[in-house]
Design a protein. Structure first.
Length: 461
C-alpha cells in the first residue's frame, strides 16, 4: 500500500491511498463467504456456491463493493498511522479508481488535531479576591442556621410579612375556573416570593377566614402565561418564632457547647468556602490568560458538532427537567436566538481550545494518571451527580467513559502545572498558594460545560 498526505488547512488533511489488488484477497474471500450465506442457487448447497457462479449470477461488482467496504477501514487506519496525524471524527472517503485485478485507489479527507505550540506561560499574572470573612458574614451564617430552627405558632391577628399563612386558592381565566387552578391547605411565607405575583399584597392584613381577589400572570399549568383572577382565602395565620441566640441554641443546633464556639466554627467554614472559591477563580483566570497566549485553530466540523451537542443538552436535559422550552428560556433571559447562538458558539470554541492546549501540555510534560487520582476524581464526580460511587463507576464503565475521566484528570494536572508557574495574588497584593490538582480538573471540566451550567443557574435564579 502507498499513501500520501496533503494538508488542506491547519485542521484538515487529504490522504491519498493506492492499494495493490492482491492486498484485497482476504476481503474478497470474506465477501464471497458472506454472499454465500445470504443467497441460494439451485443445484448448490447453501454456503458452497463457487465464486465463478456468484460472479455470473450476482455480478462481480457486488463482490467488489462488499470487499472494498470491508477493506477500507483497515487501509484508512494504516494511512493515518503512516502519516502520523490525529484524526477527529469520521473521514469523507472517495474511491477514485477500482480496477479489478489491478488497483484500488481512494482519498480520505478528515479533520485532525492541529499542531499547537505551547506558549511561554511563566509570565502569567492574575489577581483574585482576597479571603476575608467579616463579623457580618458570621452573623448572617448564624442567622441562617437560626432561621432553620424557627417554629411557627397560630396567632389571632392580621397576617404580616414573615408570617406563615395557610391558604386556599382558586384561579379563573375568562371567568372559568381552571381544571388545575384550585388548591387548598397551601402554606406560604409572606414575602418569600415563592408563589404568584401580587399574593403578598393580597394576604397581608387578612385574618383567618379573610378573603381577597387579585390578578396575576400564571407561572405554570394549563394556562401558563395568561392573566388570571385569583381568589385567596386565609384559613390560618402563624407567626414564626426564632430561638434565642445563646448557648442552649448552640447545643440544640450543633455539636458545640457555646455560642462562641459555634460562631468560631462558622467563621472557619466560611474561610474554607472562600478559599475554595478563590482557588477556582485563580484557575479560571489563569486558564483564560493561557488561552489568550495560544494560537489554536478550530476544526469547523468539530465546532459545529460541539455547538449542536451543547444546544441539545441544554434543551433536552437541563431545560426539559425544569419544564421549560428553549423559547421560554430565551424569553426569561431576555436574549434573542442570534445572541444565544453567538454565546453558545463562543463557549464551544473556548471548550475546544481548552481541551486541545491542555492535551498538548499533557503530552509535553508526560503527565500520567494513576489509579488513586482516577478514583478520587470519580468519587467527586459521583457526589456531584447524586449517584453512589459504585453506581457512577458502573455507568462510566458501561458507557465507555473511562478514557473521558482519565482525560479530565490529566488536563487538570496540566492546568495545575500552568497555575503553579503563574503569579497569583489577591486584591490585597498577597501571594496565593494553590495545590489541589483535582479541583483544577473540575475547573477544566466546568469550562467545557459552561453554557449548560450558566443556563441552569440563571433559570433557577
Amino acid at each position: 500500500m502507498k499513501s500520501a498526505v496533503e494538508t488542506l488547512n491547519p485542521t484538515r488533511v487529504r490522504l491519498t491511498v493506492e492499494v495493490p489488488f492482491e492486498e484485497l484477497k482476504d476481503s474478497l474471500d470474506a465477501a464471497y463467504k458472506k454472499i454465500n450465506q445470504q443467497v441460494t442457487v439451485k443445484g448448490f448447497r447453501k454456503g458452497k456456491i463457487p465464486a465463478r457462479v456468484i460472479d455470473q449470477r450476482f455480478g462481480r461488482g457486488a463482490v467488489l463493493e462488499e470487499a472494498v467496504n470491508d477493506a477500507l477501514p483497515k487501509f484508512y487506519t494504516e494511512a493515518v498511522n503512516e502519516a502520523e496525524v490525529n484524526p477527529l471524527g469520521q473521514p469523507e472517503v472517495d474511491i477514485t479508481e477500482l480496477k479489478d485485478g489491478e488497483l484500488l485507489a481512494f482519498t480520505a479527507e478528515v479533520d485532525i488535531r492541529p499542531t499547537i505550540e505551547i506558549p511561554d506561560y511563566s509570565g502569567i499574572e492574575v489577581t483574585v479576591d482576597a479571603v476575608e470573612v467579616t463579623d457580618e458574614d458570621v452573623e448572617k451564617s448564624v442567622q441562617q442556621l437560626r432561621d432553620r430552627f424557627a417554629s411557627t405558632n397560630p396567632v389571632e391577628r392580621a397576617a404580616a410579612e414573615g408570617d406563615v399563612v395557610t391558604i386556599d386558592l382558586e384561579a379563573k381565566v375568562d371567568g372559568e375556573v381552571l381544571p388545575d387552578g384550585v388548591a387548598s391547605g397551601v402554606q406560604y411565607t409572606i414575602g418569600s416570593g415563592e408563589l404568584l405575583d401580587g399574593i403578598d399584597e393580597a394576604v397581608t392584613g387578612l385574618e383567618a377566614g379573610g378573603e381577597a381577589t387579585f390578578t396575576s400572570e400564571l407561572k405554570g399549568g394549563s394556562a401558563e402565561g395568561k392573566e388570571a383572577e385569583v381568589t385567596v382565602k386565609v384559613t390560618q395565620v402563624a407567626a414564626r418564632e426564632l430561638p434565642e441566640l445563646d448557648d442552649d441554641f448552640a447545643q440544640m443546633a450543633s455539636e458545640f457547647d457555646t455560642l462562641e464556639e459555634l460562631k468560631a466554627d462558622s467563621r472557619k467554614r466560611l474561610e474554607n468556602m472562600k478559599q475554595y472559591d478563590q482557588a477556582t477563580q485563580a484557575q479560571e483566570r489563569v486558564l483564560d490568560e493561557l488561552l489568550k497566549l495560544a494560537e489554536v485553530p478550530i476544526p469547523e466540523k468539530l465546532l459545529e458538532d460541539e455547538v449542536n451537542t451543547r444546544k441539545h443538552n441544554l434543551e433536552h436535559h437541563q431545560l426539559g427537567q425544569m419544564g421549560l422550552t428553549l423559547e421560554k428560556y430565551l424569553e426569561l433571559q431576555g436574549k434573542t436566538v442570534e445572541e444565544f447562538d453567538a454565546e453558545t458558539r463562543e463557549q464551544a470554541i473556548k471548550g475546544i481550545k481548552t481541551q486541545f492546549i491542555l492535551d498538548e501540555l499533557v503530552n509535553k510534560e508526560k503527565l500520567n494518571v494513576n489509579q488513586e487520582e482516577l478514583t478520587e476524581h470519580l468519587m467527586r464526580r459521583a457526589a456531584s451527580s447524586g449517584m453512589s460511587p459504585d453506581q457512577f463507576a458502573k455507568a462510566v464503565v458501561e458507557g465507555g467513559q473511562v478514557p473521558m475521566l482519565v482525560g479530565e484528570v490529566a488536563r487538570g494536572k496540566a492546568l495545575a502545572v500552568v497555575v503553579e508557574a503563574a503569579k497569583v495574588v489577591d486584591t490585597n497584593g498577597e501571594p496565593v498558594e494553590l495545590d489541589d490538582e483535582d479541583e483544577t480538573a473540575e475547573t477544566v471540566e466546568a469550562s467545557a460545560e459552561e453554557s449548560e451550567d450558566k443556563a441552569e443557574d440563571k433559570t433557577e435564579a
